[in-house]
Write a protein that binds this ligand. Structure first.
Ligand code: SF4
Length: 271
């Protein structure tokens, strides 16, 4: 299979990332001036907005590393059985795009998610490598939001927290029964264990920070913007009460900064 040009990959993988709700701005009407004498579009994908810990609204390049996936979650356009064009970036390509867009002042950071390729750890390693290259090789000081892959090893989550500002693990659906029916390869315990690893990392860093500040040493870093999650609403039969109960338990159990709700949008060939 021949390699796609980077701009073609960008078009596919920015579009595929639009289902990840992490954006502070949304909900407007769809307008598109492409092919007319007008200017601007509300339908474009690829750049989303988020709030930095100090309250600033910042623009992020929002893409997937790949939309290949070995899982077959029924609500997801990127599931293994979906008939969509596929693409995959290597870490160096994501780094190049991020730096190029940053230098042109289009973005202030990166939101990076991915389908699962080979294994949870292999995928997480690739995501961490992007963040490592940005931070260590290029001294990138912009915002980085990484999706964690549920089930990735605690060591990889620890590394991700070292480089990312925010980490998020998708809970996907409000109830365990919903997950069992529509994403049988995803296990609620695995998702929660990954969230717990992030919570421990954030809390340890806060404690160590207090200690180091007392000793005037450089404080350790772990996802200073905390963790968030996304819940798809409308794909299963969850009631409002289920959704609220799930959100409450996530906020209190894992100290989430935010639960994002994403309205299920019917996808081609949905079962
Ligand atoms: S693991 Fe993620 S990308 Fe893969 S099918 Fe499930 S929701 Fe989609």
């Amino acid at each position: 299979m021949s390699e796609k040009p980077i701009l073609q990959k960008l078009a596919l993988l920015a579009d595929a990332a639009k289902y990840d709700a992490s954006c502070a701005s949304s909900g407007t009407v769809r307008r598109d001036s492409t092919g007319t004498k007008g200017i601007g579009s509300t339908g474009g994908m690829g750049i989303c907005h988020s709030y930095a810990p100090d309250g600033r609204c910042i623009s992020l390049l929002k893409i997937l590393l790949t939309n290949f996936c070995i899982y077959d979650c029924r609500f997801c356009i990127n599931r293994a059985s979906s008939n969509v064009p596929r693409a995959r970036f290597n870490p160096a390509e994501v780094v190049r795009l991020t730096l190029d867009f940053y230098k042109r002042n289009y973005i202030e950071g990166l939101f990076l998610s991915s389908g699962i390729i080979r294994s949870e750890d292999y995928t997480m390693e690739q995501l961490v490598e992007v963040a490592r290259l940005l931070r260590e090789e290029h001294r990138f000081g912009g915002y980085i939001h990484l999706k964690t892959i549920a089930g990735a090893s605690p060591e990889l989550i620890a590394k991700a927290g070292l480089y990312a500002d925010r980490l998020s693990t998708n809970v996907e659906l409000p109830t365990e029964d919903g997950l069992k029916s529509f994403a049988p390869e995803k296990k609620p315990q695995t998702i929660r264990k990954t969230m717990a690893n992030v919570r421990v990392g954030v809390e340890d860093a806060v404690e160590a920070r207090k200690d180091r500040l007392l000793k005037k040493a450089k404080p350790p870093r772990f996802a200073p913007a905390g963790q968030s999650t996304q819940m798809i609403v409308g794909a299963d039969g969850a009631r409002d009460d289920d959704i609220l109960a799930s959100a409450t338990s996530l906020y209190s159990g894992y100290r989430l900064r935010r639960v994002y709700y994403s309205a299920y949008s019917p996808i081609p060939d949905a079962s």
